[in-house]
Design a protein around this ligand. Structure first.
Ligand SMILES: O=C(O)CCC(=O)C(=O)O
Ligand SMILES: [Fe+2]
Length: 265
């Protein structure tokens, strides 16, 4: 990996913007790297403050899982009108099972897992804060074009979950970068080339670590073969402890937010 020097004027004036987004406001604390074997792949070592990490993981758990966003468990028709997954799963012991059933939530344009086609009719409002976060990170990395956050998948992994090798090619705009932010348990992320025969590189993703798939790497095969069990070094690089019930959930969970631009501008 080759360190990437950030030279933008942006952060001199806008420390407050970074701070409000839960990002480290001192840019010398940002550790960014070009992954040399995978052109266009950028790795940012946790750019979040501990307050920021807690803010975003709670947004993922308690807010982004609410209607009108879509969840994998919608198909099971467990949630009644006005009920949401997180509130219901914390109501009593029985509902702990429900807690573990959540695998993903889709925001903005909802990814259709069968047809893999985005449509104007399957769309909800994209969260402002997540859009701002994505735009800011892309701007900081000095991408020439403004990023439009239009679709996101929030993945929820358990220690035994895996994500098999795939490419993300449903977006109409494949020249815009894709942002992938992880919180909670660490995981091994594999990314190879445009063919499944290309040998992948392995990257350990810890809480807060962010990767950007741009240029050639945007269409590379990638997957998550392993989520790691909690060890002191890897989870809770949030300073203060999280409160319950978030704490116990995050002890067995990895969250990954995948943000995409769908359309050409
Ligand atoms: O969990 C990750 O790190 C990757 C997720 C991913 O590749 C996807 O949702 O398309
Ligand atoms: Fe992906």
């Amino acid at each position: 990996m080759k360190p990437k020097i950030l030279t933008s004027e942006f952060f001199n004036d806008d420390k407050e913007i970074l701070d409000n987004l839960g990002l480290k406001s001192n840019i010398s604390d940002w550790k960014c790297y070009d992954v040399l074997n995978v052109p266009g792949l950028i790795f940012i070592k946790n750019p979040f403050t501990s307050i920021g990490q807690k803010y975003w993981l709670k947004r993922c758990i308690a807010d982004y899982t609410k209607k009108p966003n879509r969840l994998n468990i919608d198909a099971h028709r467990i949630l009644g009108d006005g009920e949401d997954w997180w509130t219901l799963s914390n109501k009593n012991e029985i509902n702990l099972k429900l807690r573990n059933q959540l695998r993903w939530a889709t925001l903005g344009y909802h990814h259709d897992w069968d047809t893999k086609v985005y449509s104007e009719t399957a769309k909800s409002e994209f969260p402002m804060d997540l859009s701002k976060l994505s735009k800011t990170i892309i701007k900081l990395l000095q991408f020439p074009d403004e990023f439009m956050a239009e679709a996101a998948i929030v993945n929820f992994y358990h220690p035994s979950s895996t994500l098999s090798g795939h490419t993300d090619h449903s977006e109409y705009n494949l020249s815009a970068p894709l942002l992938s932010i992880s919180f909670g348990l660490s995981a091994i992320f594999l990314i190879g080339g445009h063919s499944l025969d290309d040998k992948p590189v392995a990257i350990l993703l810890r809480s807060g670590d962010t990767i950007i798939m741009s240029k050639e790497s945007r269409l590379c095969y990638h997957g998550v073969p392993k989520v790691l069990l909690p060890k002191n070094d890897q989870y809770f690089n949030y300073d203060n402890e999280l409160e319950e019930p978030f704490k116990s959930y995050m002890q067995v969970t990895r969250i990954n937010i995948n943000v995409r631009q769908v359309n050409n501008v």
